[in-house]
Design a protein around this ligand. Structure first.
Ligand code: ADP
Length: 444
């Protein structure tokens, strides 16, 4: 400010001196006063040029920087430029942050929709597009209630009570593949709301499976328990002959064995689900495995067909002597289950073939083929579900729990193997496990 005043004074003095000199030279009247006034006008013009240049720069920010300005206008220009640069930097920084936030919301597995105070869409992410079929650009400023027409959601939206979430079908839902969403609104700011949606289809399915499982287990245990309780009551209340007593005790033993088998199968399944998959460190001799399976198969066949006096024709076709990497008891359980099913469902006297062979790629194929009743195609896809049975009474008669093939499926998956079922109604079935090459090694 001092410099500005000095320059102003200097202009007046120079103007005054020039006027005084002109007065002397050219005999002007009042040359001094005119000179001072001219000095003031020149100062004003020089100052105005600086002001106009700075103003022009500020009006169109980013235009050419003003040249030839000095004094206070130069300082105004430098300070404004610094402020503008700081503002631009801050703006860029907040833009970057906003983009980071939006990118984070974009990759969220949950649907995110930002709504204004009138429930109009301000922004939504990709997942919300999948969930509701809305699009950030196309549906901007549209009222969400006009686009998401589920009655449950509409009622929830208008209730203004967002303490709980609401469950509704997703846009991609179909009768064969239902999609279920959990949607909740969270108020924020001045009347705005954040809508979050979550795909809970898998959770609901797991919950339904758990409920079914508990119901199935309870049902499976309740039946033999009811029978046992009935026999106990009979034994307690009736005077029975020794032979009748023995008969009832035999039936009771059968029921308790059935419960025992069921509990054992359940424990096997839970062990399979709760432990890590067997690695490649433990190698098992296939010959010994098959010898054990053969022995069990022969005893089972003899026991089941004892009344008909003609056991099954069991053929064991072992063409290879290899070792398998895996867990002995799991492999034994899976392979024996397939052989025991073949024996239990195939009529006495018929042929059952158990074969093992190496594939050209070095893998191993274990297969059990029977000439039993076969299975209708509509059941094949569901056989490995827990408690799924084609013929309930036949399964129970032969001591089945409905868990055998579920165990086989688990064991094969844990050994990176695949289970294949082929069956023709009235002709027989073939169950086959394909072990990958890395789990098989040829014995020298
Ligand atoms: P289960 O203990 O009832 O045998 P599984 O899980 O082992 O239970 O088998 C499921 C169902 O698959 C059986 O109830 C039976 O209906 C059918 N099944 C399995 N193996 C055979 C087979 N070899 N022949 C015909 N049906 C079979």
């Amino acid at each position: 400010m001092l410099l500005r005043a000095l320059i102003f004074l200097l202009c007046l003095i120079v103007g005054g001196l020039t006027g005084w000199w002109a007065n002397k030279q050219f005999l002007f009247d009042d040359g001094l006063g005119v000179g001072v006034a001219l000095g003031g006008v020149i100062w004003f013009l020089m100052d105005a040029v600086g002001a106009v240049r700075v103003l022009a720069y500020l009006r169109v920010i980013g235009s050419n920087e003003p040249r030839g300005i000095w004094g206070i206008w130069n300082e105004v220009f430098s300070r404004s430029r610094r402020l503008l640069r700081d503002r631009d930097r801050l703006l860029a920084e907040s833009q970057r942050r906003l983009q980071d936030f939006l990118s984070a919301f974009q990759v969220s597995p949950n649907g995110v929709v930002l709504l204004d105070s009138q429930s109009r869409i301000e922004w939504c992410n990709q997942t919300a597009t999948h969930h509701f079929g809305i699009m950030a650009q196309r549906d901007l400023a549209q009222v969400i209630g006009n686009l998401v027409r589920d009655p449950g959601f509409i009622a929830y939206l208008s209730s203004r009570d967002y303490q709980r979430s609401v469950t509704m079908p997703g846009r991609e839902t179909s009768s064969s593949r239902p999609v279920l969403l959990s949607v909740q609104l969270h108020p924020y700011g001045d009347g705005r709301t954040l809508l979050l949606s979550r795909d809970i289809t898998a959770l609901e399915q797991a919950d339904a499976m758990r409920r079914d499982f508990v119901a199935n287990v309870s049902h499976e245990i309740r039946t033999p328990l009811t029978v046992l309780a009935g026999f106990i009551e009979t034994l307690q209340t009736l005077e029975l002959a020794d032979s009748e007593r023995q008969h009832y005790l035999g039936l009771m033993a059968q029921q308790s064995t059935r419960m025992q088998t069921l509990v054992n199968d359940l424990l096997t399944l839970s062990r399979l689900e709760g432990s890590p998959a067997p690695d490649l460190s433990c190698w098992i001799s296939l010959t010994q495995l098959i010898a054990q399976i053969r022995q069990d198969a022969m005893s089972l066949s003899t026991m089941i067909t004892a009344e008909q006096r003609s056991p099954h024709k069991l053929i064991f076709d072992e063409s290879c002597d290899v070792e398998l990497a895996g867990n002995l008891s799991e492999l034994l359980s899976a392979m024996s289950n397939l052989v025991s099913n073949a024996i239990r469902y195939t009529p006495a006297g018929q042929v059952i073939t158990v074969s093992t062979s190496l594939t050209s790629g070095g893998g191993l194929v274990f297969s059990v083929t029977d000439t039993g009743p076969g299975i209708a195609p509509e059941h094949l896809g569901r056989l490995t579900e827990r408690f799924y049975r084609v013929d309930r009474s036949r399964s129970r008669e032969t001591g089945g729990t409905g868990l055998g093939l579920a165990i086989v499926k688990h064991v094969t998956q844990r050994h990176a193997a695949t289970l294949t079922l082929e069956s023709t109604l009235g002709k027989g079935s073939m169950f086959r496990i394909d072990f990958p090459q890395e789990r098989v090694r040829v014995v020298n």
